[in-house]
Design a protein around this ligand. Structure first.
Ligand SMILES: NC(=O)c1ccc[n+]([C@@H]2O[C@H](COP(=O)([O-])OP(=O)(O)OC[C@H]3O[C@@H](n4cnc5c(N)ncnc54)[C@H](OP(=O)(O)O)[C@@H]3O)[C@@H](O)[C@H]2O)c1
Length: 176
């Protein structure tokens, strides 16, 4: 490859306090043409405002944990206010959210699969989900979400599902 389309900082790791320095290096990679777009992952409003304040460059993308039961209303607002696209990681809860009644019932009504309901919910929230599948048929299924619309009560019911975070808290998570 001569360049990378999108390159992200994986976690802010605030205790190491090197994410601003890392962001400056990413800006240089983009200026050098090695990367088309630069972004971050698991950044909170505080982390975003620090890199934007110190470099004047906002990320294209913030990839955060976001799935039914953890709709991240506040972080979606924070990203949108700064012109940042929100990507949703672990969108299917690693497959564990596929048999939730709110999801299964919406799937039955629209004649689609539970995975398609969840990915459509994320799309209608204005986010970009990144589901993982090792199965080519499921990969195709996961792309095919643009032929139906979830109704507002279905959107609200899926957002209100019990759940919460499945992964680390960006303020305390240490990747290494
Ligand atoms: N930035 C971060 O900190 C961070 C953290 C965690 C994850 N991620 C990224 O997020 C992406 C997805 O996360 P994830 O793999 O943890 O969870 P996920 O996409 O929510 O779930 C993946 C699981 O769902 C199954 N699946 C996928 N499509 C399906 C379908 N249509 N029907 C039924 N089952 C289906 C997969 O099985 P099969 O493979 O057998 O289809 C796999 O077991 C990955 O690219 C990962 O790298 C980022």
């Amino acid at each position: 490859m001569e360049y990378v389309n999108l390159y992200l900082i994986h976690w802010p790791l605030p205790r190491q306090d090197t994410y601003v320095e890392t962001w400056r290096a990413m800006i240089k990679l983009r200026e050098d043409g090695l990367v088309r777009s630069i972004g971050v992952s698991n950044f909170t409003a505080e982390h975003l405002d620090r890199i934007i304040g110190e470099t004047g460059v906002a990320p294209s993308v913030n990839q955060i944990e976001l799935h039914p039961g953890f709709p991240q209303d506040e972080m979606r607002r924070v990203d949108a206010e700064r012109g940042i696209v929100t990507q949703s990681w672990r969108p299917l809860g690693k497959g564990r959210l596929l048999d939730a009644p709110a999801v299964v019932e919406a799937a039955g009504f629209h004649g689609v699969t539970p995975a398609q309901v969840i990915l459509r919910w994320l799309h209608q929230l204005g986010t970009v989900p990144i589901p993982k599948s090792s199965d080519p048929r499921r990969q195709q299924e996961n792309f095919d979400i643009f032929r139906f619309n979830l109704r507002e009560p279905e959107m609200e019911r899926i957002s209100a599902m019990a759940g919460g975070r499945l992964g680390g808290d960006p303020d305390t998570h240490e990747e290494f």
